[in-house]
Design a protein around this ligand. Sequence first.
Ligand code: FES
Length: 258
Amino acid sequence: PQYQENCSIERIEQLSKDFYRLTLRCPMIAAHAQPGQFVMVACGLTLDPLLRRPFSIHHCTQDGTLQLLFKVIGRGTQLLSECRTGQSLSLIGPLGHGFRLQPGRPVSLVGGGIGIAPLRFLVHALQQAGGAGADCTVFLGSRSGDELAPLAMEFSALGCQVHTATDDGSLGHHGFITELLAPELSRFSKVYTCGPHPMMATVAALCHSAGVACEVSLEAHMACGLGACLGCTVHGTEGQYLHVCKQGPVLDAQEVAW
Ligand code: FES
């Protein structure tokens, strides 16, 4: 089921210079959301439908809250960052297909930049399904340590083993996060990834050659989020078009022509 809900903002956190997190009260959407799904959010008070933007669901709780983690990159996200507690936002969701859980086996979650957003909810679901012993190793990459540090600490606090890499070397490995993943890959039964396209392409290729299952959450230009505008297509390996908003955003890495 999908819902349109007016969700009041309960909390706004600025985690670093450009990273923000909103906690919203959305009982209907939160009750039905799966990790990896997304919502379309009307940013700010305007009713301009063009300002509905897709956001992956960062986290949901049983008491009906939903969190969005976003980076200010344009007008819509700027408006969102200027919202105030108590204000309401219109959300449509949950949309798309999420991650397929593989609990109880060692899995790896690889996030780059704002692509880290959906991994929080995924860890929660894996732990719910697999108990406290769910073995999740998280690889987080970003431009610099100031945006990565608060998120890395949260994943550690959840009991995940966390590896970090930054472009400027200010936290963890100085280089690509995939360089840390590669030597450890064989111990995982599955890898989930979300982040910049080149990073996911590398993760997909590494998994393919190691024979490890891999699911990717694709970023695409989503105007409607509902399968109506065809603006979100990517090429599949069999020459077919895949609609990221409908068939994705989570797809098997081997379905995508990288
Ligand atoms: Fe419009 Fe996918 S975003 S069809």
